[in-house]
Design a protein around this ligand. Structure first.
Ligand SMILES: NC(=O)c1ccc[n+]([C@@H]2O[C@H](COP(=O)([O-])OP(=O)(O)OC[C@H]3O[C@@H](n4cnc5c(N)ncnc54)[C@H](OP(=O)(O)O)[C@@H]3O)[C@@H](O)[C@H]2O)c1
Length: 292
């Protein structure tokens, strides 16, 4: 991913706060591009580029970690009270730095239930779930922080090591059918690449505070599951009707089925010109199939 007009240079230093699935992919990619990156997790690790940050236990990184940091990506979800763990523990630290950019990974859950309609960044958030109210509160905290934040709203994240294949292999899959129900999703590589694209082209693209990162093709869960079984050469179990099983589902699983929306990527892919690596679940799942 080379760009002659890139606004990134080798003096940039990145911190990835919350190096889980998406954070780890981002850190590895940006490191391969030659940038310096430190990453946080809640427990000690052998990685010399990793440090401990755990807001729940009040474990705050040493000030030295922040020396020379220009870019931060926060992948940490809201705390149990609905506040942002990074801002709660590190806001003053961050404000004392010469930061060029902070990316915050949020969720498209803030849009709530649109009964299958498309949602774009100009739609007023209308969270339905308690956790989405917490998320919207964190977005607000970031936007009001005075820090140079850019928010990325993400639908279901998948990629090698975290996809329907794992659910099939561990036999945790339930093939549930709910009429007219669709979900949006995004491959983890597109989260990273879209962010890098926006950073590299920051000087020439209009800055948007909130951007959806989603693929081109929201669709039903059944389509995705069927495609995975096809790639594995196995027969998909007979679907169960949502109405028949909803009482047996965990509250988390039930909440997953209570929202129905399609996430628009027009701002990112049309206005800003990002080209998805994995345009739809078929392309993305083929990559997972070959890499897991
Ligand atoms: N998964 C999805 O489908 C999805 C969809 C939309 C949005 N999101 C949101 O997007 C972000 C990235 O998602 P992901 O699935 O890549 O996340 P993930 O794998 O769950 O990673 C979350 C990271 O946050 C760290 N963390 C959690 N609570 C913390 C605390 N109180 N203090 C310090 N660190 C803390 C975790 O530390 P450890 O490494 O020690 O565990 C982990 O590194 C998250 O905010 C997530 O809620 C996820």
């Amino acid at each position: 991913m080379k760009n002659p007009a890139s606004s990134l240079n080798n003096k940039n230093k990145f911190l990835v706060l919350g190096c889980g699935f998406s954070g780890n992919f981002f850190a590895k990619t940006i490191r391969k591009l030659g940038y310096s990156v430190l990453t946080s997790s809640r427990s000690e690790s052998k990685d010399p580029n990793s440090f401990v940050f755990n807001s729940e236990k009040d474990i705050i990184p040493n000030k030295k970690i922040f020396d020379g940091v220009t870019h931060i990506l926060s992948c940490i979800p809201p705390d149990k009270n609905g506040n942002d763990p990074v801002l709660g523990s590190l806001k003053n630290n961050l404000k004392s730095l010469s930061l060029e950019w902070i990316g915050y990974l949020s969720t498209t859950g803030v849009y709530g239930n649109t009964k299958g309609d498309w949602v774009t960044e100009i739609d007023k958030p209308n969270p339905f779930q308690k956790r989405s109210h917490k998320r919207l509160n964190c977005e607000k905290e970031w936007l009001e922080s005075g820090l140079p934040v850019q928010i990325f709203r993400l639908p279901g994240i998948y990629g090698p090591g975290r996809s329907t294949f794992e659910a099939i292999r561990t036999k945790k899959i339930r093939v549930i059918f709910k009429k007219n129900q669709v979900f949006s999703r995004i491959h983890v590589a597109d989260i990273t690449n879209a962010i890098i694209y926006l950073l590299q082209n920051k000087n020439s693209l209009k800055f948007h505070k909130i951007i959806n990162i989603a693929d081109d093709k929201p669709c039903s869960q059944i389509e995705v599951i069927q495609y995975c079984y096809d790639l594995l050469g196995l027969k998909m179990p007979k679907p169960i009707l949502f109405e028949e099983v909803k009482g047996e589902l965990s509250p988390m699983a039930q909440s997953f089925w209570m929202e129905n929306r399609k996430v628009s990527n027009k701002l990112l892919c049309e206005t800003l010109g990002y080209k998805l690596i994995y345009k739809d679940y078929k392309a993305g799942l083929k990559n997972c199939f070959l890499n897991s």
